[in-house]
Design a protein around this ligand. Structure first.
Ligand SMILES: *[C@@H]1O[C@H](CO)[C@@H](O)[C@H](O)[C@H]1NC(C)=O
Ligand SMILES: *[C@@H]1O[C@H](CO)[C@@H](O)[C@H](O)[C@H]1NC(C)=O
Length: 350
């Protein structure tokens, strides 16, 4: 009898708990009609996952990072944490711009990059000094910047995100891969672009195959290259494979032996990454990296094609804050003028 009473009590407690859970869910679903996060609230009190996005803020082109951040923030409901990386002298400017615009609502951290870590590792290329911006190498040092996240997104500053960044973040990385990138042969429309502007999309465009050290790598020069301006990385795997050390080794070797192609199709940070990640990366959805918009002042994609693109990248010399450039309207839509007036768009009529 006593046992039966106990069982009844337990059942009663369970019933009460169930009712509580149902009520709890109901109460917590009220705001979901406003924010439409029903699916997310299904698992009760679980915290919304933070999506870390690393992006650099370089002096002289600071409008770029502002437009990129605004496009990401405006197109997602996800909880994005922006890691904005700058050099000491540019940090006050970026902070002021964010805090005096609608971007003051974003979740962000400003991180200072100390270019001393690059000492002795970069070669000076007089033909395109802008590529030697120390911030180009920030992507090699992600684990130093990001401590509490396993998965991280890195973006160049000359991008606009038209899709929901959550989708890019959900990119699956195969076991043993420290990063997911998009290779330069992934889209037919890219092939046309490549042909029409006479661009390199193989390792030959980045590595000097006359050098023995390069030939000793055993990588075919016709291997498709990839663009490291957009990637998703796994910090655990990155640290496990000592990716930063490997990249530094290939910077150092280049400083000593000049291994990288002098035409440097896509920036100085690309070649070491091509070597270190050769056959060791996962793919991102090609629509998440539509690139070469900055390659030529008059080669355009079809508007229709760009409408479906999730991310646009103006890699190349013709930047959308500058003149001449193409598809500038798609970029300017997200630009927020500098409250301090220091950064100005270059336009034909200004
Ligand atoms: C919530 O999102 C779903 C699909 O994602 C949509 O069908 C529904 O209309 C949305 N509800 C509200 C209130 O916005
Ligand atoms: C990251 O890599 C580690 C080690 O390989 C693996 O255990 C983990 O599941 C990976 N995480 C993600 C999000 O891919």
């Amino acid at each position: 009898m006593a046992l039966l009473k106990k069982v009844n009590q337990i059942l009663l407690v369970l019933l009460v708990l169930t009712v509580c859970v149902i009520l709890y869910n109901k109460v917590h679903r009220v705001p979901s009609t406003l924010k439409n996060e029903t699916a997310h609230l299904e698992n009760g009190e679980e915290m919304e996952e933070e999506i870390p996005v690393v992006i650099c803020a370089a002096a002289g082109r600071m409008g770029a990072v502002i437009a990129a951040i605004n496009s990401i923030y405006s197109n997602t409901d996800a909880n994005v944490l922006f890691y904005i990386v700058g050099l000491k002298n540019s940090i006050p400017h970026i902070r002021q711009w964010i805090e005096n615009s609608k971007l003051r609502e974003i979740n962000f951290k400003i991180v200072e990059f100390n270019p001393m870590v690059l000492k002795g590792k970069i070669r000076h290329d007089a033909s395109r000094p802008e590529l030697l911006q120390p911030l180009n190498f920030v992507r090699f040092y992600l684990p130093l910047l990001i401590q509490k996240h396993e998965k991280v997104i890195y973006l160049d500053d000359d991008v606009i995100v038209q899709g929901d960044i959550q989708e890019l973040y959900n990119t699956k990385l195969a076991p043993g891969h420290a990063a997911a990138l998009s290779d330069d042969c992934d889209l037919p429309s890219t092939h046309e672009m490549v042909r029409s502007v006479g661009m390199q999309n193989t390792y030959m465009g980045f590595l000097d195959y006359r050098k023995q050290t390069v030939r000793d790598l055993g990588i075919s020069p016709s291997t498709c290259s990839f663009n490291p301006g957009v990637f998703v990385a796994n910090m655990t795997e990155w640290k496990h494979q000592r990716i930063t050390k490997q990249l530094e080794k290939w910077m150092q070797k280049n400083a000593e032996e000049n291994l990288y192609s002098s035409t440097l199709a896509g920036g100085v940070a690309t070649s070491p990454m091509l070597i270190v990640f050769h056959e060791k990366y996962s793919a991102i959805n090609p629509l998440w990296h539509i690139r070469h918009l900055g390659w030529s002042p008059d080669t355009r994609y079809s508007e229709h094609f760009l409408q479906d693109a999730k991310l646009l990248h103006w890699n190349g010399r013709y930047k959308p804050w500058d003149y001449p450039s193409v598809h500038t309207d798609l970029w300017e839509k997200w630009f927020i003028p500098d409250p301090s007036g220091k950064f100005k768009l270059i336009r034909p009529d200004s």
